[in-house]
Every structure is written in C-alpha cells, then in structure tokens.
Design a protein around this ligand. Structure first.
Ligand SMILES: [Zn+2]
Length: 328
C-alpha cells in the first residue's frame, strides 16, 4: 500500500480563529518530530488564502508581521526537511481582513463555485504563485477547502492554467450540503485512484487530472459518543491542540450521535484509532493507495502517540509517500 499522510495547514474559520502558535506552529512541530523519528515524509496542504492575507496585512500590523514570520519560516523548514507542501484553497479569505488584533472571518463565499469564472482563474493561479514563492518547489497537487470542488467544470480551466495535475479532495460516499458547504461524492469510482477531466467523480481513462481520493470510513454513533466524552473526561490527552472554533456545520453533530457518519479517514484526535481498519478495508478492496487527512489544529497528544505507533508498525511493509514522490 502507498500511504499518504496529509495535513491541512490552517487556522479555524469560526470565532475565534485561534492563535497561530496553538493551531499551526506547535502541533506541526510535534508532527515534524514524528516524521524525523520515523523517517517518513508528509504532505502539507497549505491554506494559501491565509498566506495571502498575512502578506497583505503584515506591514500594517506588528501582530500579523510576527505571525507571518512564524508561518513563512515553518513552511521553509518543512520544505527543507523534505515534506511536500501543496495547494489548499479556502477562497473565503478573499473577503477576510485583520483588524490589528484578530482575523475577521467572513465565510459567505466559502467555495470557489461562489465566485465568478474570472475570479476562480485568478484565485487559483495567484495562490499557486504565492505558494511557489514560499516553497520554491513545483505546485501541482490540490485539495479544496471544506471538500468543496463541485461542480468541477467551473474550476477545470483554472486547473489547466495553474498546471494542477492531481487532486485529493474526494472521499467515497461523502455528502454534506448544509450551511456554506456543498459536496456530494456518492457514486465515485471504487478505486484507490483514477483519472478525470470534467467531473471529479467520473473516471476517464485518458483524463487530464489524477484523483487520489482521501480514504473513507463509517464511524458509528458510539464512536462519536466516545470521542465527545473523552474530550471532556481526559482533556489532557484528547482535547484538540488548536484554540479556535470551526465554522458551523448545521446538523452534523446530531447526525453523528444518532446515525453515525461516513467521513474521511483521519489522523485527528480519536479518529486515529480507526487507521488500521481503514488500511485493512483498502487492502480488501484491492486498492494500492490510502490517503489520510489531518489538521495540526485538530490533533491531540493521544492522536500523535497513536500515529507514531501506526507508522512504526507499518513502515516496513507499506510505503509512506508524498505526492512529490509520484511520477505522474
Ligand atoms: Zn482546509
């Protein structure tokens, strides 16, 4: 199995957004330590809208300048250590400002589909360029913010113009269309990867782009009861390190607790306990790829410990890769 550990490198988008140290810098340093100890490399999907606004406000406010120094240095460190920094777009940053003490989030236009054709082209190309200025490495892989990349035909021309070759947004059977979100991955190919051109979830053998879907898993209601209880009973081990709040996902929590939920395979918090089952499921389905999603802001001490165990246990039998290792 080719295993890709991927972290979306970003703040929270609710109120408050959380601090750069607690949401990004400190947890990412702990993840880097695990990578050093185990000798593996990780994909970081950098929220480039955030990077753009750090650049835009850094000369105006000392607080932002300091935040920018931390982020730009850590991205350099990640690249120097051989990690793969790729493009993650949360386009609502276009509408956000800093007021000198905090980021002021506005998430009405949360997905690229909320922007005009010209704006979509401009955003994807501009963000690709900003990321390249910070990494000096080819930017070719993409993950949409909040899994929102449909309808893909609105973004296709931007992918061509920005020379994006690989997407890792889909997770099989995922669907959520409430609030600012829209994604529906039901009926996607039953494969570890596929090529597509016009529709993310429609395989085309000679397609222009690769989809490396995030693996999925059905988490039972009991799983979520445990997860929420552990956060309260043992916060030291199970409380996320980030100090912000997410953007609302209407109805999600109650459906988790009553029906369970099909979500992406994840290294965040208690989700990490299902990694071995995800690996087994993917093996049984005959897949050669397993993509796992995480967020530095949502990691916990427990999750990091379990992740390291997982890597140590499997790194000889399986390959832990980044997208930059692939020959596309
Ligand atoms: Zn994100």
């Amino acid at each position: 199995m080719q295993i890709f550990l991927t972290y979306d490198y970003e703040l929270f988008f609710g109120k408050p957004t959380g601090t750069v140290e607690k949401c990004i810098i400190d947890p990412t340093n702990l993840i880097r330590d695990i990578a050093k100890r185990t000798g593996i490399k990780i994909v970081f999907f950098i929220d480039v809208g955030y990077l753009k606004q750090l650049v835009a406000f850094k000369d105006q406010y000392p607080k932002v300048s300091q935040e920018y120094q931390l982020i730009s240095q850590q991205i350099k460190d990640l690249v120097n250590e051989g990690h793969d920094c790729q493009l993650h777009i949360h386009p609502h940053w276009e509408d956000c400002i800093h007021d000198g003490s905090d980021w002021v989030m506005k998430t009405d236009r949360y997905k690229l589909d909320d922007f005009s054709d010209e704006e979509i082209d401009r955003i994807v190309i501009e963000y690709r360029d900003i990321l390249f200025q910070h990494t000096g490495k080819k930017v070719f892989a993409y993950r949409a913010g909040g899994w929102c990349l449909q309808p893909f035909d609105r973004v296709r021309s931007a992918f061509y113009k920005a020379d994006i070759q690989l997407d890792s947004t889909v997770f099989p059977n995922g669907k959520f269309t409430e609030g600012n979100y829209y994604y529906d991955f039901r009926g996607c190919p039953d494969k570890g990867k596929w090529k597509f051109t016009n529709d993310l979830i429609q395989e085309e053998k000679e397609g222009s782009f690769w989809e490396y879907p995030i693996s999925n898993y059905y988490y039972s209601p009991l799983f979520f009861w445990r997860l929420f209880a552990l956060g309260r009973l043992k916060p030291e081990q199970h409380k996320p390190m980030g100090d912000g709040y997410p953007m609302p996902s209407p109805g999600l929590r109650s459906s988790m607790l009553t029906q369970g939920k099909n979500l992406s395979a994840s290294v965040d918090g208690f989700f990490v306990t299902k990694l071995h089952k995800v690996l087994k499921n993917n093996e049984e389905k005959g897949y050669n790829e397993m993509v796992v999603l995480g967020h530095p802001k949502a990691t916990t001490k427990f999750a990091l410990k379990k992740l390291e165990h997982f890597i140590v246990r499997h790194k000889n039998k399986h390959q832990f890769l980044t997208f930059a290792d692939l020959e596309l």
